[in-house]
Design a protein around this ligand. Structure first.
Ligand code: 0X9
Ligand code: ZN
Length: 419
């Protein structure tokens, strides 16, 4: 009986993450390379137990899996892996230390820059929103900002429309930050927006023939929670009535196209909780409504995540491919070639189920299957696991530079073929 009590206490501690970084002292990220289908299957079972935070998910032999364990469970995890013959390396030896160093680097960069918005450090949600407003005020005729709704916790969500050709031009919809802890995503999206606006004369032809819709941070409550409480938070912050007090749903399992069919969880404590129903999360409804509003003219949907350096296209709910997959694959290759040419950063390309794992309810699948946007992509930005979600701020600019080259290829393709 006592053992049961202790075990359930440990389980609750693991499920309902305390809202400070204390729980990360001594936490480690272990990397394993499953070599047999049985090992992959075993790791998937382990993930379903929700005892560990899988920074990357098991999806096939020869593909690395990064698993974070809290200090108290590191020995158990190591033993478990040894038992099934899985060798591991310690990728991060103390997660709290990594976060502390990153915080310091971010604060230093903020202090030396003194500017309200830049790309040498990661910014808070209200700074990003204020910057969007400023862009619209200082660039009338090029940028406009509209409120698209509020979040669960009451924050305002804004979308910036960029273009001077007027309504009816082909559109590219770009969002970031769906997963709260993937900070390089809003940073890269704002970097690219800034490039287009500050060099608008250079991109005059593009901006006269294509409309861009930017929402840099589509999970604002989660993003702010990362800044204030838990740097590794992934989900939204809604209350779905979990008896353990677990909050939020995975916003990228919440979209209503083959929702919750696979690769998602019904457990509110899981990081891949699909939510009580499709589009239960107000932030995703807000973004969905904007995509639907412009669906007739949208040619591309781009959603930025991290990490793993992948350029993915649908489907995520099945290993079958869309009938026009070759078109998506061709454009992805052109985009990635341009990206790699900048700093040599290598990306893999393919359908998300085949390259990564099956996971239904993603925004990319809905954009294509639900809203009919032909070129729907999920881009997993830097890195491949050295820092994972805690990418140092000095990588924002190089990541922005290379990703912007890829965006230009996509945008020019739209301009040349659809306008
Ligand atoms: O699992 C996800 O939501 C994405 N990876 S992440 O590590 N950033 O969480 C990949 C999503 C790929 N697209 C779909 N499965 N639809
Ligand atoms: Zn993500």
């Amino acid at each position: 009986m006592r053992i049961l009590v202790v075990l359930s206490a440990l389980l609750v501690a693991a499920l309902a993450r305390p809202s400070t970084h204390d729980y990360l002292h001594g936490a480690q990220v272990l990397r394993v390379n499953p070599t047999t289908a049985a090992q992959v299957h075993y790791l998937q079972g382990l993930q379903n137990q929700d005892l560990y935070d899988f920074w990357t998910e098991p999806h096939g032999t020869g593909l690395p899996v990064d698993i974070m364990a809290q200090a108290f469970s590191v020995p158990v995890l190591k033993k478990t892996l040894q038992t099934i013959g899985l060798e591991f390396t310690v990728q991060v030896s103390d997660v709290a230390l990594l976060l502390a160093k990153d915080r310091e680097a971010n604060q230093k960069a903020r202090a030396s820059s003194g500017r309200e918005m830049d790309w040498t450090s990661y910014h808070r949600y209200d700074e990003i929103e204020a910057w969007l407003e400023e862009l619209a005020t200082t660039n009338p005729g090029l940028c406009s900002v509209e409120e698209i709704g509020t979040t669960y916790e009451g924050r305002t969500m804004k979308m910036l429309t960029l273009g001077k050709g007027g309504a009816g031009k082909p559109g590219i919809f770009i969002d970031g930050g769906i997963h709260a802890r993937e900070w390089i995503s809003p940073a890269t999206v704002t970097y690219m927006l800034n490039e287009l606006v500050t060099n608008s004369a250079t991109y005059d032809d593009l901006l006269s023939n294509v409309n861009f819709y930017f929402i840099p941070s589509i999970n604002p409550d989660g993003y702010e929670y990362c800044h204030t409480d838990d740097r590794l938070w992934r989900k939204t912050r809604s209350d779905n009535g979990s008896p353990f007090g677990c909050m939020g749903a995975d916003p990228n399992r919440n979209w209503g196209f083959h929702w919750n069919e696979n690769g998602a969880s019904n457990n509110p404590c899981s990081d891949i909780y699909a939510g009580p129903e499709a589009f239960s999360e107000v932030e995703m409804r807000n973004v969905r409504d904007q995509i639907l509003k412009y669906a007739d003219s949208l040619v591309v949907y781009l959603t930025f995540h991290s990490y793993s350096q992948l350029w993915l296209y649908p489907w995520g709910y099945t290993s079958a491919l869309p009938s026009d997959w070759q078109d998506l694959d061709d454009l992805a290759h052109s985009a990635v070639d341009a990206l790699t040419a900048v700093h040599g950063t290598r990306y893999d390309i393919g359908s998300s189920t085949n390259v990564l794992y099956a996971a239904a309810g993603g925004s990319d699948d809905w954009a294509k299957g639900g809203a009919g946007v032909k070129y729907a992509y999920t881009v997993e930005l830097r890195d491949t696991g050295n820092y994972g979600f805690v990418l140092p701020p000095d990588q924002i600019i190089p990541t922005g530079e290379e990703t912007f080259e890829a965006l230009k290829v996509v945008a020019n393709y739209v301009r040349n073929n659809y306008s």
